[in-house]
Design a protein around this ligand. Structure first.
Ligand SMILES: NC(=O)c1ccc[n+]([C@@H]2O[C@H](COP(=O)([O-])OP(=O)(O)OC[C@H]3O[C@@H](n4cnc5c(N)ncnc54)[C@H](O)[C@@H]3O)[C@@H](O)[C@H]2O)c1
Length: 326
């Protein structure tokens, strides 16, 4: 018999999902983590494997899942372009069939359900920074569309299940997030700079390096997801979650070099055609509705991220690094 709250986390062995599982188990919940290990690993949830309130299930969300739960966090989906473009058809299926299957489950067992959506639903925005009311500017046939349109369709399904079946839904639009357990080879700027700096390899910034990005530390994001899930049923989102602090790529590269004590140099590479000048979330709604704002500054978050990658690289270098990179 279960007295604790039972929570399903799809994609729970991934970067964000593993931190979320940890927090939920620590809060006293019984957590079922369902993952097909495409980008996630058992190593990410190793510390939970022997916990009596944690279950790890190998499952692909494009197939139905039958479990008795009170809440569902639907995070399953590769998040970095390198990974989601590897098998674009599977990426769309993961978002769309995955949403249908998890919404179907939520309907059957009357669970509350949260979707991890993305700032990419805004596409190549003409409004800066983007409020939740902005409908976005997405190319439906490009190489990023499997991710962007898959997530947009998942949002549509969530709101149709709300209108048609009165499900309790929550939609979070997540902006760039970083921290320990990011995939070391996912091509994202924070992991890329940290891993290269730890190996004394040059850090390549595109163009003049004055374009800005904003980064949210994973603990702050997890706090927001938990607050959103426990918010009043009238709060459905979509709701932007991210850290509005802006840093140029040059600033980030210098900071990483300084904090790692690296001998890396900064070099300049050609600017990709679609490299935006600025990316910054508007999180006013999250402040009003959830009373949430990010608390971790970049130096603090980077310190933990660097320590993670340093350990990954030095612990039996080859094996550990490759396993996390697979
Ligand atoms: N990290 C970010 O900056 C960011 C930004 C916006 C949105 N998000 C969203 O947050 C969620 C988590 O992202 P992340 O950064 O932790 O990525 P991640 O790649 O580390 O995690 C995704 C997890 O989903 C699993 N997965 C993929 N396809 C699956 C399938 N068909 N069935 C079951 N499991 C599957 C992967 O194995 C992995 O464990 C994703 O939905 C992503 O789109 C993340």
């Amino acid at each position: 018999m279960h007295l604790e709250k039972r929570i399903l986390v799809t994609g729970g062995a991934g970067f964000v999902g593993s931190h979320l599982c940890e927090r939920l188990v620590a809060s006293g919940a019984h957590v079922i983590c369902a993952d097909n290990f495409f980008t996630g690993t058992r190593a990410n949830v190793e510390q939970l494997l022997n916990h009596r309130r944690f279950e790890l299930v190998r499952h692909d969300v494009t197939f139905p899942l039958y479990v008795e739960v009170d809440e569902i966090f639907n995070l399953a989906c590769p998040a970095s372009p390198i990974h989601y473009q590897h098998d674009p058809v599977q990426t769309t299926k993961t978002s769309v069939h995955g949403a249908i299957n998890m919404l179907g489950l939520a309907k059957r067992v009357r669970a509350k359900i949260l979707q991890a959506s993305t700032s990419e639903v805004y596409g190549d925005p003409v409004v800066h920074p983007q409020p939740e009311e902005y409908w976005g500017n997405v190319n439906p046939i490009g190489i990023r569309s499997c991710y962007d349109e898959g997530k947009r369709c998942a949002e549509t399904l969530f709101f149709d299940y709300l209108r048609q079946h009165h499900l309790r839904i929550k939609v979070a639009r997540i902006f760039n997030t970083y921290g320990p357990r990011m995939h070391p080879n996912d091509g994202r700027v924070v992991s890329n700079f940290v891993v290269r700096a730890l190996q004394d390899q040059d850090l390549v910034v595109y163009g003049d390096g004055l374009q800005t990005r904003s980064f949210c530390y994973v603990d702050d994001l997890v706090e927001a997801l938990i607050r959103l899930m426990s918010s009043d049923d009238s709060v459905t989102g979509p709701i932007n979650l991210g850290n509005p602090g802006e840093f140029t790529m040059l600033e980030l590269a210098r900071l990483v070099i300084e904090m790692t004590g690296s001998r890396s140099k900064i070099t300049h590479g050609p600017k990709p055609a679609d490299d935006p000048r600025q990316r910054r979330p508007n999180i006013e709604r999250a402040g009003q509705v959830l009373g949430w704002k990010p608390r971790t500054d970049l130096v603090t978050g980077l310190r933990a991220t660097i320590a993670y990658f340093d350990d990954l690289l030095s612990r039996n270098t080859q094996h550990a690094f490759q396993e996390a990179a697979e």
